[in-house]
Ligand binder design. Structure first.
Ligand code: NAI
Length: 480
């Protein structure tokens, strides 16, 4: 029986391995992690991450051919194929701080593999890593090999949180990069055989190692660039009276462009886009390509601009001050159908409003109070380390309360900011919300999910990103 071990039981390692286990009953899959709490959650009723469909997949194979364990060394030493899906945060200190990927966790995983292995292994990069990481990993393994042979493959993950299970069952493509030697090709084939249990052959792409590593960074940069492009347009739409949804629709009908990923919003978030672009920028700079680096940097700058613009719009609409005013924040996760808050635009928007002395009442169906407080007090990039290693601020933000539902969050509020496109926000009783709010009552829709006419009929002053402005907002638009 082929044995697979995955180091890192996070958003990628957990769902990816669960889907492999379900589709490959003849393969034994162990997912290991240094975080005891994460592994006990994977073994319990409340899984550590929320992802539609994940519970069912895990329940079907856990204890049969899918195991979660903290016994990292045992499972690594027994495995034929080892996936490494550990954190690759942005460095906060030293060379490349603020841009380069921190490979501390990767390196320690590689050294541990070298220490405990007693048979030949295929080591698969599942984490997103800088181009040429495989070379560094190869060196660590070879120099400590004790005669054992390793083949390194790059198999970046393209799943999107919120639709991870669907994406894993039916991927647009699976990418496998490896050495173009007989041993390398054999290793590529072994991994191909795993995916071939459920992925059609023409969707499994094989490349050299460096192309696979770079393709992941490139794909995320292209996706984020589309969002920054439409967000840049949204500012121009507001200035000219054009409607960004109409512009996106018209642009997306061009088959060369396509309709997906063209929704204007308060900005992109998630653990990957910013980190991967910063990483790409750093690699370009290191390779003497400052013009290319600056091109991609702009994608992040526009994203920051969009979050600031939103905060400025809120403050300027509300008589240029939100000091002491209660503002309800609906949605904190970086997108719907996930509880993940890593790099969510809600963090910057909330910090911006707190900077203007607002009082915030936050509701998100999947994010806990503890997580929200951690996010609002943590330093930039600290969120991307294993949870038990994250530095914690001893204080919480007093001006922030977390509500059980949208009605409690909005009671007596002056304004509502919709920061995540959760479906339930579309069907709330907005008349009831309006009746319980201070007047004038504002809605700032950062995701363009609301029926603006309906809200205006109730009496709200409404701002929707990139849409023709409410007459009130035009009058108060001086600073936005
Ligand atoms: P995560 O933070 O959810 O999971 C990483 C896990 O690795 C943590 O549970 C941590 O405790 C564990 N870990 C760290 N060092 C370890 C070690 N030496 N031994 C055992 N366990 C260790 O991170 P996530 O989101 O799963 O991301 C992992 C990688 O996949 C990152 O490189 C990320 O950029 C990439 N990625 C993430 C995607 C996403 O949507 N979250 C999508 C595609 C790629």
């Amino acid at each position: 029986m082929v044995k697979i071990c995955c180091i890192g039981a996070g958003y990628v390692g957990g769902p990816t391995m669960a889907v492999i286990a379900l589709n490959c009953p003849s393969i034994e899959v162990a997912v290991v992690d240094i975080s005891v709490s994460r592994i006990s959650a994977w073994n319990g009723d409340q899984l550590p991450i929320y992802e539609p469909g994940l519970d069912e997949v895990v329940k079907q194979c856990r204890g049969k051919n899918l195991f979660f364990s903290t016994d990292v060394e045992k499972h690594v030493s027994e495995a034929d194929i080892i996936f490494v899906s550990v954190n690759t945060p942005t460095k906060t200190r030293g060379l490349g701080a603020g841009k380069a990927a921190d490979l501390t966790y990767w390196e320690s995983a590689a050294r541990m593999i070298a220490d405990v292995s007693k048979s030949n292994k295929i080591v698969v990069e599942k984490s997103t890593v800088p181009v040429k990481t495989a070379e560094a990993i190869e060196r660590i393994l070879m120099h400590n090999s004790k005669g054992i042979k390793y083949q390194i493959l790059s198999n970046p993950e393209f799943l999107a949180e919120g639709t991870a299970i669907q994406d894993l069952f039916n991927p647009d493509r699976v990418l496998i990069g490896g050495r173009e030697t007989p041993e390398g090709l054999k290793a590529i084939q072994a991994l191909k055989d795993v995916y071939a249990h459920w992925v059609p052959e023409d969707r499994i792409i094989t490349t050299n190692l460096w192309s696979a590593e770079l393709s992941k960074l490139a794909a995320n940069a292209f996706l984020a660039q589309r969002i920054s492009s439409v967000n840049a347009m949204s500012a121009l739409c507001e200035a000219t009276g054009a409607d960004v949804s109409q512009v996106s629709h018209a642009v997306g009908k061009d088959s060369r462009i396509g309709p997906k990923f063209l929704n204007a919003s308060v900005g992109f978030g998630g653990s990957c886009f910013q980190k991967d672009i910063l990483n790409l920028v750093y690699i370009c700079e290191c390779n003497g390509l400052p013009e290319v680096a600056n091109y991609w940097k702009q994608v992040i700058k526009v994203n920051d601009y969009q979050k600031n613009r939103f905060v400025n719009r809120v403050v300027s609409s509300m008589f240029n001050t939100v000091a002491g005013k209660k503002i309800a924040i609906l949605g904190f996760a970086f997108k719907k159908d996930t509880g993940d808050t890593r790099e969510t635009p809600a963090i910057d928007v909330c910090k911006g409003l707190l900077g203007d002395k607002a009082r915030l009442s936050i509701y998100d169906p999947q994010v806990t109070e503890d997580q929200i407080q951690r996010d609002l007090t943590m330093n930039k990039f600290d969120w991307d380390h294993p949870i038990h290693l994250q530095p914690m601020s001893p204080t919480s933000v007093k001006q922030v309360s977390v509500a059980w539902d949208a009605y409690a969050a909005t009671k007596d509020a002056h304004a509502v900011c919709i920061l995540t496109e959760w479906d339930e926000f579309k069907t709330l009783d907005y008349q009831r919300i309006f009746d319980n709010m201070q007047k004038p009552a504002f809605v700032f829709d950062g995701r363009n999910v609301m029926n603006v006419e309906m809200l205006r009929d109730i009496g709200f002053i409404v701002y929707s990103i990139g849409k023709p402005l409410d007459p009130w907002l035009k009058e108060h638009a001086c600073c936005a």
